[in-house]
Write a protein that binds this ligand. Sequence first.
Ligand code: KG4
Ligand code: ZN
Length: 385
Amino acid sequence: MGGAYILGIESSCDETAAAVVYAGEKMVSNVVFSQIAAHQRYGGVVPELASREHLKAIVPVVRKALADAGQTYRSIDALAVTQGPGLAGALLVGIGYAKALAFALDKPLIAVNHLEGHIHAVLLEERQKEERQKNNRPINFPVLALVVSGGHTHLYLAEEKDQHWSYQNIGHTRDDAAGEAFDKVAKLLGLGYPGGPIIDKLSMHGDPAAVKFAASQLKHRDRHDKSDHATGPRFDFSYSGIKTSVLRYVEIHGMKGSIEARRKALAEIEKPALEDFLRHCDRQTLNLIASFQRALVSDLVAKTLAAAQACNVATLFVTGGVAANNELRQRFEQDAAMEGIPVYFPSRPLSTDNAAMIAAAAYPKWLTRDFAAMDFSAEAGMALR
Ligand code: KG4
Ligand code: ZN
């Protein structure tokens, strides 16, 4: 089986997305409809609302992905859809629609793990670069992938053999995901939702050494760890402590009043720009934001590199929404270079949720005819193996 045009569909959280990717190496279209505006007033994603928004957006989003690609329902070779992990009701919208299309068109349907998608976003773009520059820079295995987003902070060792990909989880967060910590801290400082992008920008205006946060100490194995590799070393993360430390700082320093004033002032601006945020943040707040980001990034980078060394990996991937963070990218590039480990990130648009990564991850499954049976369903807590 040669190259194929695969239509990918993603609806696991608050982005309705569709894309057409050729042979896992050429993104011919990529449409992402973000629901942020619908969820913003609630300060986070509301699952019921997410499902309804997916239902409204899915048909136009898929149509646009096909039109942008110069393809039709009939001309594509296969469909791919996110099976999990994610919000069950949101996943079901994408799965139901993909199944109906595959049935009506009599085309194969491929079920993809969302986390595998994030990993393949890196591979898709590397293949595109190779294609453009004709400089074959093969990726050496084993690969260690840090998938870091609003729902996940996971470390996977990835291997590939005859188009069959396998993954071993060697670390995860014991409580909050890194993106969740960004979102919760932004909310508690009156900065709105989502928190990552604005904390990223504001951090450049504060002193990252102003507030000291203790690094999370994980001395014991995770009691809930049921993995097959329960005896090997684990490289777990924990980010609920740092969020509590920020809250304590706010209370001790009597910042609640100014936070409330900021929340109200920003809520009155339709689309606040960076200048609006800066106008409503005093020096102490900017220092707190920069120090929080510095502490979280330092912990993520240090733990990931310790795992990379212990497992003797040849290559590092950093992917997922938080991989868009500027300080995280700089620190990984700098520190991994010192260890002599090449590090790869997706471009920023492919760091956050999208369907091109789903269509790219589906291509090896197309080659091995690993198609989904028509009775598969959403798996909210789906593991990656
Ligand atoms: O991958 P993604 O779009 O969705 C999930 O699968 O969760 O990631 C969204 C998360 C949010 O928590 C958001 O605050 C965070 O990624 N994020 C960032 C940045 N851009 C998005 N965090 C830090 N810095 C950023 N620039
Ligand atoms: Zn994601």
